[in-house]
Design a protein around this ligand. Structure first.
Ligand code: 0O2
Length: 221
């Protein structure tokens, strides 16, 4: 029977999205295991909660076009790092680095890129640690390394980013510079609170209560 190229493309797209959603499950399980292990070992959870998403088809197409790429299944794999995304919300700043370090030091994980927007916040005040990793996923008849973006941040950083995201959709505001300035001020206040909460935690648990991990991440460029 004659094959319809559109239907064939749609099938390949569906299969690729299934693979990304399996990659999310793999990374989610790794993070759940780390959180459970920490809770038994140190009597506290470094991870508050985890969100995950597969990028929507329209967003995939828009991002490919903005990069000057033709919208095709091949180009998704070769040009996009964030089709599969997890957001890990941690309690304290040092938990972010501890979770990241424990994740990327696992044998089957390859770190492709790290962007530390905590030590180097974006000019608008955005803070978060971004990791692009590859994880092998074992399917019925083959194994494939899948790319996943992991954004790790504190509750405070997430609070700011969520509201910033909502406000950025509204383009026709009267005084955008004033609004950007006030948002940046909020980001700085929130960051100061994060640092103080970290100090309070250190006073309660001491610095040695859990390994103080210093990640050696490349600077974001
Ligand atoms: P969505 O809907 O969150 O998926 P790249 O994705 O690598 O091609 P870039 O800009 O180098 O592009 O990536 P970067 O800076 O590592 O961050 C991309 C993602 O981080 C964004 O995804 C947001 O989720 C988040 N992010 C980055 N900057 C900001 C910011 O200023 N405010 C907020 N709220 N989030 C930010 P997407 O693709 O924009 O969309």
């Amino acid at each position: 029977p004659e094959q319809n190229p559109f239907i064939e493309d749609m099938k390949r797209f569906e299969e690729l999205m299934m693979m990304y959603s399996c990659a999310i499950k793999e990374v989610q399980t790794k993070l759940d295991v780390l959180n459970t292990d920490f809770s038994v070992r140190y009597n506290r959870n470094p991870i508050e909660f985890i969100q995950s998403r597969i990028k929507k088809p329209v967003s995939i197409a828009t991002k490919l076009s903005s990069k000057g790429c033709q919208v095709s299944v091949e180009n998704i794999v070769y040009n996009l790092n964030d089709v599969a995304g997890l957001r890990v919300i941690c309690s304290f700043i040092d938990d972010i680095y501890a979770v990241a370090e424990k994740l990327i030091s696992q044998n089957d994980i390859t770190l492709i890129e790290a962007k530390d927007y905590i030590s180097h916040p974006k000019p608008n005040g955005y803070r978060s640690l971004h990791l692009i990793i590859e994880v092998p996923v074992f399917f019925a008849d083959h194994t494939r390394n899948m790319r996943v973006e992991v954004q790790i941040r504190t509750i405070a950083m997430d609070f700011w980013a969520s509201l910033d995201h909502q406000l950025r959709y509204k383009k026709d505001v009267a005084d955008p510079e004033l609004i950007s300035g006030r948002l940046k001020h909020c980001a700085d206040v929130i960051s100061q609170t994060d640092l103080e909460m970290q100090e309070i935690k250190n006073m309660i648990y001491g610095d040695g209560a859990q390994p103080q991990i210093k990640l050696c991440l490349e600077k974001n460029t």
